[in-house]
Design a protein around this ligand. Sequence first.
Ligand SMILES: Nc1ncnc2c1ncn2[C@@H]1O[C@H](COP(=O)(O)OP(=O)(O)OP(=O)(O)O)[C@@H](O)[C@H]1O
Ligand SMILES: [Mg+2]
Length: 369
Amino acid sequence: MSFLLKLLGGKSSVGGLDLGSNTVKLAQIAKTPTGFQLSKLAVGPTPAQAFKDGLIVDARLLADKVRELILNNKLNINRVVGAVYGQSVVIRPINMTQMTDRELQHAIRFEAERYLPYPVAEANISGLVLRREVEGEEKTMEVLLVAAPNDLVKNTQDVIKMAVLEPHAIDIEPFALVRSLQLTIDPEIFQKTVALINMGATFTGISIFKGGILRHHRTVTVAGNSFTKAIGQSLNLSFEEAEKIKKDKGAIRLEKDSTPVAPTTMRIFNVIVPVLTELITEIQRSFDYYRSRYRGESVDQVVLSGGTALFKNMDAYINNELGIPCMMADPLKNISLGDIVGLSSDEIREMSPSLMVAVGLAMRDQMRG
Ligand SMILES: Nc1ncnc2c1ncn2[C@@H]1O[C@H](COP(=O)(O)OP(=O)(O)OP(=O)(O)O)[C@@H](O)[C@H]1O
Ligand SMILES: [Mg+2]
């Protein structure tokens, strides 16, 4: 069987599957003599009933959607890497007594107890050493505690299996994001302190990396749906109508910009100001925490990803509010595009910021770490 597959042009590659609450994205990356290529891509709306409050509640429905995307986009795929995300994924730096990596994997389960809002026995837990020594604190090391409830992991695995795929691995979102980040930004900036803000529909993930190492992560619920709901309520529109008008006419008005805009755009902007303010407050809170934990170290660069980053002027707005350089993520910057069914290159390049997770998952075996 494997011999036959080899004869037929090699085994199908591992895909990256981002099961978002708004959009399902499935990407395959191939290594070619001239660099990486996005060989396949499938993107489609998530069935509304499949998620509730950011959690998968109907695995079958979601799996059928994945299957449909694979068939319609002619993907030759049988193994995927998935990701878990959301507020139950706990990622935080903690101080522990110095010990070996082996001892740590045992000890972290006891240590985790006080940080988790669910029983340790029902969670996937790991510890990654961030610093072997902590300045001013004897025999102490700093560890990144990473925990996800078993149920969350199982739900994602179930969807993959029900879609007749093999779960090759389940990652946490920030680990996928940092691989894509490396493809996006200049190596000098990658070595600095970079905040990646992944703005989806239900959640916004705020991750801070230093030299590509994850040091802080928080998930907040101010995200795309918050904008859509605010617009729907104020303009008396259904969720679907509000979603459409948000994408078609929405724009953030920048303080210094006095060019006239359409009345609908102005109305949308006025309605979303409180949501924007809340978002900035949450980002500031993470940055403040980071600064206090790491003795005044601050964020050098902000990178935006996720569908909500496509809101017009979001990058300029965040740049102004935080006073820190802010850019849009583009994981496809140095990746060529293969023959992708149903999407033009312009469309793919435009949606690039929202493909950060899927691309990062697809790159898992190509870029270890
Ligand atoms: N041009 C646009 N302007 C404003 N918002 C947009 C635009 N395009 C997409 N969005 C919003 O982006 C969100 C979808 O982004 P994304 O695909 O990153 O979310 P998701 O991964 O499905 O969600 P989550 O990770 O929160 O479960 C939706 O809220 C959608 O309305
Ligand atoms: Mg997402």
